[in-house]
Design a protein around this ligand. Structure first.
Ligand SMILES: *Cc1c(COP(=O)(O)O)cnc(C)c1O
Length: 237
């Protein structure tokens, strides 16, 4: 094994997820583990995929496509970072899920490109729950309008749920952020039912990173995005 620590680190993360699932009052029955592979060299990412994760997360389109070409075709890719409208065309058909849909303009572009390709693109709406200036994402109060508009008018976008990046803060501050995202999803599900928006069937909550994935699982995450805890610290070039 070329990456001696990878298997042990991955096993530890999986065990911690299982423990949080067992203990968390709001924990989901199924939690998918994404290994966030940004800045990690392709052979190491391939080793991780082989050890068994549910998907690989990248936050840049170019890096995702270049690594995707170097891994087995069965690998499942997720775009977790900000997507520029002018890159939407390149990502259609390349990923299992886009976690970072956060504007009407981007939704319209994805709809147009997916329609042209004859595909459905699966997305999460990114929510800036804590209202941090430095972060992308919709304000919680904006989520319903965009979700409803997509469900009504954009047949090539499937909205699978919500995503957030929590503040880099102690657990006591992070937990309510995750709880709020869960409550927002539940509220949207109730409204969708009330207004018979059958296409709006949000199940997923993508939340939790290396520092806070255990709390996120306890609060109902269905997808966690873990990078440095699996691969070690990142080296940006
Ligand atoms: C980098 C990144 C992660 C993983 O971060 P770690 O702290 O290394 O686990 C998760 N989500 C997003 C959106 C990221 O950009």
């Amino acid at each position: 094994m070329e990456y001696p620590e990878l298997a042990a680190d991955l096993a530890e993360v999986k065990a911690a997820i299982a423990k949080a699932q067992a203990e968390g009052e709001h924990a989901a029955r199924t939690v998918r583990l994404l290994a966030v592979s940004k800045t990690v060299e392709a052979p190491k990412v391939a080793a991780c995929w082989q050890l068994g994760v549910d998907g690989l997360g990248e936050n840049r389109v170019q890096e995702l496509l270049s690594k995707k070409a170097q891994l087995p075709p069965a690998a499942k890719w997720h775009l977790i970072g900000h997507l520029q409208t002018n890159k939407a065309r390149q990502i259609i058909g390349e990923v299992e899920l886009i976690h970072s849909l956060e504007s009407l303009r981007l939704a319209e572009e994805l709809e147009k490109r997916a329609a042209a390709a004859g595909l459905t693109v699966h997305c999460l709406l990114e929510v800036n729950v804590a209202g941090e200036e430095s972060k992308f994402g919709l304000a919680p109060a904006e989520v319903w309008d965009l979700a409803a508009e997509i469900a009504q008018d954009m047949p090539h976008i499937a909205l699978d749920g919500l995503m957030t990046v929590a503040p880099n803060a102690p657990a006591a501050e992070v937990r309510p952020v995750f709880a709020e995202l869960r409550e927002l999803r539940d509220e949207i599900r109730r409204k969708a039912e009330k207004f018979a928006l059958n296409r709006l069937n949000m199940q997923e909550l993508s939340m939790g990173m290396s520092n806070d994935y255990k709390i996120a699982v306890e609060e109902g995450a269905t997808i966690v995005r873990v990078g440095s805890r699996i691969f070690g610290g990142r080296v940006y070039r």
